[in-house]
Design a protein around this ligand. Structure first.
Ligand SMILES: Cc1cc2nc3c(=O)[nH]c(=O)nc-3n(C[C@H](O)[C@H](O)[C@H](O)COP(=O)(O)OP(=O)(O)OC[C@H]3O[C@@H](n4cnc5c(N)ncnc54)[C@H](O)[C@@H]3O)c2cc1C
Length: 402
C-alpha cells in the first residue's frame, strides 16, 4: 500500500515491545484510531516484571489481566536483607502489603506471557502492522509521515515512540538522551527450590549490587543478581552446577536446595533519561524515554504510567478541540512525566551507589535509614505507597475499577 487517504490514523505507536503494545491499547481504549508498528517481541524473553497494583489495574481495564493472571504470582511482602558485611549491619526489614491495606504489592508477570496477551488484544483493537522496522519518520506541521521497511507510508497526528533505548523515533523528534553506564551487570534466570517463597520477594543488599529473588508460581523464583560487570560475566559463563553452588551460598539457605529451570542471561546495567519527553508530535514511551537499572522493579511500571498518561493528555486535547500532537499537548505530556521518571531514576541510582560506596558513613546512613523503616510504621507506610504508586495523580486508565 502506498500513501493514501486510507493510510491515516490518529496515533501511530512505533515498537511492539511491552511498552508499545500497552500504549497502543491505551490509545485505542480512549477512542483513537491507532496503529502499532514493529516486529513482535521476542517470545524467548525469559525475564519477568514485578508489576505493581496500578499497572495491574491498567491490564484489568484493557481486558488483559484474565489472559496473564494464571501465569503470575502475587507479591505479598518485600524483604530486605543486609549482606554488605558493613560494620554497621542494617536490620532485616520486611514490608507487608497488608500494612497499607493491599493483599499484594503487585504480581510477578513473565514478559513473554504479557506481550502474547497484548498482541492477542491488539489484533482486534488496533491496526497492527508487523514489519521489521519503521525506516523513516518525518514530522511536519500538521502530521507525521512514517515509512516502513516494505516501503509503505502512514500518516498520523501523534507518534508514541516505544522503539526501545536506541529509539530512531526519538532522533526524529530531535531529542538527545543523556546516557550513563554502571560497571555492573544483572544475571537473570528462573530457578526452583525446595522451600516455599511464601510470596515474599527478597533483596540481599550486597556491596556489588542487590541480589533479588522474585516469587514465581509453585516453588520457583526469578533471579535478578546484580554484580560487577566482570563478576556478572563470570557467573553467566559458569556451568549450571557451579552456578547453583554459588547461588545457594548467596541465598544463605533461605529457599533450600535450588535447581535451574531456565538458561541464564546477562544484562549490562545502564541509565538514560530524555528531556523533553515529547516534541514535534513524537512522545516517548518506555525505554525510549528512560532506562533504569533492574533494581526495585520500576522500569515497566514507569512505562505503563507513560502510556496511561499519554492517553489522558491526548484525550483531554481532543475533548477540548485541540491538536493531539500539537506543542501544547506535547509540553503537557512532558511535564506530567518529568517528576515520576526523574525521581525513580535518581532513587534507584542513589540506592545502588550507596551499596557500592567504600565510605563508612554512607553505610551508617543506609543502616540508620533501614532501622527507621523497621521501627517507624508511618514512615514504612509512606515508603511502601510511594514505591508502588504514581507520585502525582493516577492516570484515569490506572485507577482501580470497582
Ligand atoms: C533484568 C531486567 C529485569 C527487569 N525487571 C523489571 C521488573 O521487575 N519490573 C519492571 O517494571 N521492569 C523491569 N525491567 C524493565 C523492563 O523489562 C523494560 O522496561 C521493558 O522490557 C522495556 O520495554 P520497552 O517496550 O520499552 O522496550 P523493548 O522491549 O526494547 O521494545 C522496543 C521494541 O521496539 C522495536 N523497535 C526498535 N526499533 C524499531 C523501529 N525502527 N521500528 C519499529 N520497531 C522498532 C524493537 O524491535 C522492540 O520490539 C527489567 C529489565 C531488565 C533488564
Amino acid at each position: 500500500m502506498t500513501k493514501s487517504e486510507g493510510a491515516t490514523v490518529d496515533v501511530a505507536v512505533v515498537g511492539a515491545g511491552p511498552a508499545g503494545l500497552i500504549a497502543g491499547l491505551a490509545m485505542a481504549e480512549v477512542g483513537f484510531k491507532t496503529a502499532i508498528i514493529g516486529p513482535p517481541a521476542d517470545p524467548r524473553d525469559g525475564r519477568t516484571a514485578a508489576l505493581f497494583q496500578a499497572s495491574v489495574a491498567l491490564l484489568k481495564r484493557l481486558g488483559a489481566w484474565l489472559l496473564v493472571a494464571p501465569s503470575t504470582e502475587p507479591l505479598d511482602a518485600i524483604r530486605l536483607i543486609d549482606a554488605t558485611g558493613a560494620l554497621f549491619r542494617a536490620p532485616e526489614v520486611t514490608f507487608h502489603a497488608r500494612e497499607i491495606g493491599e493483599e499484594a504489592f503487585g504480581y510477578n508477570v513473565p514478559n513473554a506471557v504479557l506481550t502474547a496477551a497484548l498482541e492477542q488484544l491488539a489484533a482486534s483493537r488496533v491496526r497492527r502492522i508487523v514489519t521489521p522496522a519503521v525506516t523513516a519518520i518525518a514530522p511536519g506541521p500538521e502530521s507525521v509521515t512514517l515509512t516502513i521497511a516494505e516501503g509503505e507510508t502512514l500518516d498520523c497526528r501523534l507518534v508514541a515512540a516505544a522503539d526501545g533505548r536506541q529509539s530512531p523515533s526519538r532522533d526524529a523528534a530531535g531529542i538527545t538522551p543523556k546516557r550513563w553506564s554502571y560497571d555492573q551487570g544483572a544475571v537473570v534466570c528462573t530457578f526452583e527450590h525446595t522451600r516455599p517463597h511464601n510470596r515474599i520477594s527478597t533483596e540481599f543488599h550486597r556491596r556489588c549490587g542487590p541480589l533479588t529473588v522474585v516469587p514465581a508460581p509453585g516453588n520457583a523464583s526469578n533471579l535478578v543478581w546484580v554484580d560487577t560487570l566482570s563478576e556478572a560475566e563470570r557467573l553467566a559463563a559458569l556451568d549450571d552446577a557451579a552456578f547453583i553452588t554459588e547461588l545457594g551460598r548467596h541465598l544463605q539457605g533461605l529457599l533450600g536446595q535450588v535447581t535451574l529451570r531456565s538458561p541464564r542471561r546477562m544484562f549490562p546495567l545502564s541509565g538514560q533519561t530524555a528531556e523533553p519527553m515529547a516534541q514535534n508530535r513524537i512522545a516517548l514511551i518506555g525505554e525510549a524515554g528512560h532506562v533504569i537499572p533492574p533494581i526495585g522493579a520500576q522500569g515497566l511500571n514507569l512505562s505503563f504510567r507513560d502510556a496511561a498518561t499519554l492517553a489522558d493528555v491526548a484525550a483531554a486535547a481532543r475533548d477540548a478541540g485541540e491538536d493531539i500532537g500539537g506543542a501544547k499537548a506535547m509540553a503537557h505530556y512532558s511535564a506530567a512525566r518529568r517528576f515520576d521518571v526523574t525521581s525513580r531514576i535518581w532513587t534507584v541510582d542513589l540506592l545502588n551507589r550507596s551499596l557500592l560506596s567504600d565510605y563508612a558513613p554512607v553505610h551508617l546512613l543506609r543502616g540508620l535509614g533501614l532501622f527507621a523503616l523497621s521501627t517507624l510504621p508511618p514512615l514504612r507506610r509512606r515508603i511502601m505507597r510511594e514505591g508502588i504508586a504514581p507520585p502525582q495523580s493516577t492516570p484515569k486508565l490506572m485507577q482501580p475499577t470497582a
